[in-house]
Design a protein around this ligand. Structure first.
Ligand SMILES: Cc1cc2nc3c(=O)[nH]c(=O)nc-3n(C[C@H](O)[C@H](O)[C@H](O)COP(=O)(O)O)c2cc1C
Length: 405
């Protein structure tokens, strides 16, 4: 099969050139930006959320958590929906669909009343988009009963989906908030209300930094508020919610667009394997630019060629059978850490972590300046392997646990 066609897929009945979409945010904030991104190879874009509400934004509006040289691993924003005029946004959607008929153009909408949701759906449909995404999940709207206030209320989600359904025949996605315990509850309400698919996750409510003058960052004239966290740090939370929805019996077969911390093709593959049919990206584009699409496309193509996989559909949900309830896990066997002394640099991090955070199962051989395992003490937790900075520790094969003496 030709490489350009390898990643072609269908999502909610619509053909997409590839499953990689810009997620709704400042990276898809105007026609010129989306135009450039689509020309570089993105399969589609969910445009910045539009609505009748006109937000006044704060400055500064971002903060980030960094670690050991990475520019940041977690990102916090206080942005609301688009502050461009609604007419300008609808015109941008119209022009984008006209210029890129083969790309997936999604209108992300947010209303304040049922009438507004219906009207926004109608207007988006008239603009010629392929799909509508309902933003039930922005955690920093400066107005009650908008954004994630809606997403945590299954009854409101249901009503607003019905309102959107009234205004369009297009496929409708409900974008869910992670700021709750069980995402399947509003997800089921959305589908019952007429949504065709789900998108997740929007940002996680957070406070990232308090400086030594007691200012919570970003410092907006001495004050700040709780707002949304995204980027690499939220990927584990996102994967868990995608899996929960994909594994939910009542939601079986519901298309899911996954996002939260995707930086490269491997991250994307993890989302596919847990049930996402397309993936969306914001924060890593903010860090590295639209060009990350090259890695996403090349990496996934190579992987599919290597595994002789014909279509993205074959990847979707492939890891789901491996996630089971914790009471089913094997608790009678274990794996030991094994050191490769050729690559071990003798830094002692495994020794320190095992002494102070593990089971004192590593002995420090002062002559060799290397760690050695005390097998009887080891419980096979693998903390040592995780802290090793040079991947000098691997796992033994699984063996039966020792019986207590
Ligand atoms: C600056 C910024 C603005 C955002 N604006 C929107 C928005 O208008 N509508 C929306 O549905 N999500 C919005 N999001 C959430 C993203 O679409 C996405 O759900 C979230 O950031 C997780 O993906 P990521 O880790 O790839 O950024 C925004 C995120 C950021 C960082």
């Amino acid at each position: 099969m030709k490489r350009e066609r390898m990643l072609e897929t269908t999502f909610c009945g619509i053909t997409c050139e590839n499953p990689f979409l810009l997620s709704s945010s400042c990276i898809a904030g105007n026609e010129e930006m989306v135009d450039r991104a689509l020309a570089m190879g993105w399969g589609g874009a969910v445009f910045k959320t539009i609505g009748f509400y006109h937000p006044e934004e704060v400055s500064p509006r971002f903060d980030a958590i960094d670690k050991e040289g990475a520019s940041f691993v977690g990102f916090r924003n206080l942005e609301q929906i688009s502050d461009h005029p609604l007419e300008e946004n609808l015109e941008a959607l119209y022009q984008l669909k006209k210029k890129f008929p083969e790309k997936l153009i999604v209108s992300s909408i947010m209303g304040q009343t049922e009438e507004e949701w219906t009207r926004l759906a109608e207007m988006s449909t008239q603009a010629g988009v392929d799909m509508i995404e309902c933003n039930f999940s922005c955690p920093q709207m400066a107005k009650e009963k908008m954004g994630s206030d809606v997403g945590v209320d299954a009854e409101l989600v249901n009503r607003y989906c019905q309102a959107v359904r009234k205004g369009t025949d297009l496929p409708v996605l409900a974008k869910m908030t992670p700021n709750l315990a069980d995402m399947t509850v509003p997800a089921k309400a959305a589908i019952a209300g007429g949504a065709d698919g789900l998108a997740a996750i929007n940002t996680v409510k957070c406070i990232t930094t308090v400086d030594l003058q007691h200012h919570v960052l970003p410092d907006i004239g001495g004050y700040s508020s709780v707002s949304g966290y995204s980027g690499k740090a939220v990927k584990p939370i996102a994967l868990r919610f995608i899996r929960d929805m994909a594994a939910c019996k009542e939601l079986q077969g519901t298309p899911i667009s996954g996002m939260g911390g995707i930086e490269n093709w491997h991250d994307a593959m993890e989302f596919f394997s847990l049930g996402a049919g397309t993936v969306q990206v914001t924060t890593s584009v903010m860090q590295y630019g639209y060009r990350i699409i090259d890695d996403l496309i090349d990496g996934l193509c190579f992987y599919m060629q290597e595994k002789k996989v014909q279509s993205v559909h074959e990847l979707v949900g492939s890891a789901l059978p491996n996630v089971v309830e914790s009471d089913v896990l094997d608790r009678h066997s274990m794996v030991y850490p094994v050191w490769n002394y050729d690559t071990c640099i003798g830094c002692g991090r495994c020794y320190i972590s095992c002494q102070d955070g593990g089971h004192q199962a590593i002995y420090w051989n002062r002559e060799l300046r290397k760690p050695q395992l005390l097998g009887k003490q080891c419980v096979g937790c693998h903390l040592c392997k995780l802290v090793c900075p040079v991947q000098a520790i691997h796992s033994s094969k699984r063996v039966a646990k020792r019986m207590p003496a």
